[in-house]
Design a protein around this ligand. Structure first.
Ligand SMILES: Nc1nc2c(ncn2[C@@H]2O[C@H](COP(=O)(O)OP(=O)(O)OP(=O)(O)O)[C@@H](O)[C@H]2O)c(=O)[nH]1
Ligand SMILES: [Mg+2]
Length: 440
């Protein structure tokens, strides 16, 4: 059986050299130093010790090794010098490049996708999360069989022979992986069906949903805890949160709304993972409000925002209508406001003041949280209309619902109806609430 952890040599406590290729032809708008910091953060997220980290400018990509001869030599020397047993390349390596680098450097080499998959593999806590990660991992491996066959061989108790496996061996391994992937897909389908049922049921339980989204480490979980009084893991760690968590909160004018904390995004999120987590993130598309949490104090904040918007648009949250025919409202919170220096704070205050969709906050100090709650309440109750209703007095559930969700202006005796005493209720409801009330 194929183990789900073929890259198992990436272990906690391993010493690694982190290299960040700065490829001229792929120059991006983010700052290489910030990228290097992020790469170190990824390594730390899985307990790897960063022995040394640096940027390597790549003028021209070498198909066989990515880096030039001298650069590969430098990496090898630095591994010796800093006693690193592992090299993390913060970019994409082809299977060939990875194998050649491992041979030349004499150490295990892992690329950005491989590293992120490792982190997700370690963090996944729910059954669905684990299935998704394993599927993504296998998909990644399937493309890398040139390199991985020895591991498979070992796990099956076979022997590796010099010179590599024959075609038939690789084919057999491929089949093994394909079969396992097919099985995982079937299991996932089952889990999804169950979840779909839950969602439908929740859709009928008529509470508005607010989803927190944002770049990893932006402060989503910290804000979640502040708004709900919960105690979910919030740490200075990339991908601290993997599985979505939900809690009920009360907002001005809104008796109950569901707040949902989700997995963070990162640039170059492996395609396998985006595909795998699509289903989980689809919860976001069903939200009434998407609250985009930004780390405004991060020098890469603007490029992080772009990445997040890209994922949201891939998920169909942006520019599309949600199930109820209304566009999802996206609000931005500018978090970590407390970390800004006076000058920047001054400047950004002006920008935020002119944009009603932007709210500066600090999830840590609590600054701006009350305004945020007001804003969320206002958006959810926006467009509320007055309805004058006659309801049988015996229908306690619907009457209670109106009191819980709407702003009840009056509730009086409505005289005798065909089926008994009636109540006359004047209530303000939003379009959405009205739609929900009608389905009760
Ligand atoms: N100074 C300051 N630090 C903050 C603020 N909000 C969050 N942090 C810190 O930022 C780090 C990341 O916070 P999390 O809430 O775990 O971030 P997240 O967005 O949930 O991250 P992932 O789950 O990894 O995607 C933690 O160390 C927090 O204490 C803030 O407003 N100010
Ligand atoms: Mg989190």
């Amino acid at each position: 059986m194929v183990d789900d952890d073929i890259e198992g040599e990436v272990t906690r406590g391993a010493r690694a050299l982190v290299v960040c290729p700065d490829i001229r032809a792929q120059r991006r708008d983010d700052d290489p130093d910030a990228r290097l910091e992020e790469a170190k953060g990824l390594a730390l997220a899985i307990g790897i010790i960063v022995a040394e980290a640096f940027i390597i400018p790549v003028r021209e990509v070498r198909p066989n090794t990515l880096f030039g001869e001298g650069q590969v030599q430098r990496i090898a020397t630095d591994c010796e010098l800093h006693e690193a047993e592992l090299v993390i390349v913060d970019g994409a390596l082809s299977p060939i490049q990875q194998r050649n680098l491992e041979e030349k450097i004499g150490r295990k080499v892992i690329d950005r996708t491989g590293l992120i998959l490792e982190i997700f593999g370690e963090r996944a806590a729910t059954a669905e999360g684990r299935l998704q990660v394993e599927l993504a991992h296998l998909d990644y491996q399937a493309s890398r069989l040139v390199r991985s066959w020895t591991h498979l061989e070992r796990q099956r108790g076979g022997f590796g022979f010099l010179g590599g496996p024959g075609e038939t061996q690789i084919e057999a391994d491929r089949r093994l992986i394909r079969d396992r992937m097919a099985k995982l897909r079937r299991e996932l389908e089952q889990v999804r069906k169950t979840r779909e049922l839950h969602r439908k049921r929740r859709g009928r339980a008529p509470w508005p949903v607010i989803a927190l989204v944002g770049y990893t480490n932006a402060g989503k979980s910290t804000l979640f805890n502040r708004l709900t009084g919960a105690d979910v893991m919030a740490e200075d760690l990339l991908f601290a949160t993997l599985d979505p968590t939900m809690r009920a909160i009360t907002l001005p004018g809104v008796e109950k709304a569901i707040l949902s904390d989700t997995v963070g995004f990162i640039s170059d999120l492996p395609t396998q993972l985006v595909a795998a987590f699509r289903a989980t993130l689809e919860e976001v598309t069903a939200a009434d409000i998407v609250l985009h949490v930004r780390d405004i104090a991060n020098p890469d904040s603007a490029s992080q925002k772009k990445q997040v918007l890209q994922v949201l648009s891939d998920l169909g949250v942006i520019d599309e209508e949600d199930g109820e025919g209304e566009p999802t409202t996206i609000l931005e919170v500018w978090n970590k406001w407390d970390l800004l220096d006076d000058e920047l704070r001054e400047e950004l205050s002006g920008v935020a003041a002119n944009d009603e969709k932007v709210m500066p906050i600090s999830a840590v100090t609590g600054e701006g949280i009350e305004q945020l709650r007001e804003k969320l309440g206002a958006v959810l109750t926006e467009g509320a209309r007055r309805h004058s209703l006659m309801i049988p007095a015996s229908d306690g559930a619907r009457i209670a619902w109106l009191h819980a969700h709407g702003e009840v202006l009056s509730d009086n005796d409505g005289g005798q109806g065909a089926e008994g005493p009636m109540r006359h209720i004047e209530v303000r409801l939003t379009e959405k609430e009205w739609g929900r009330f009608e389905t009760l």
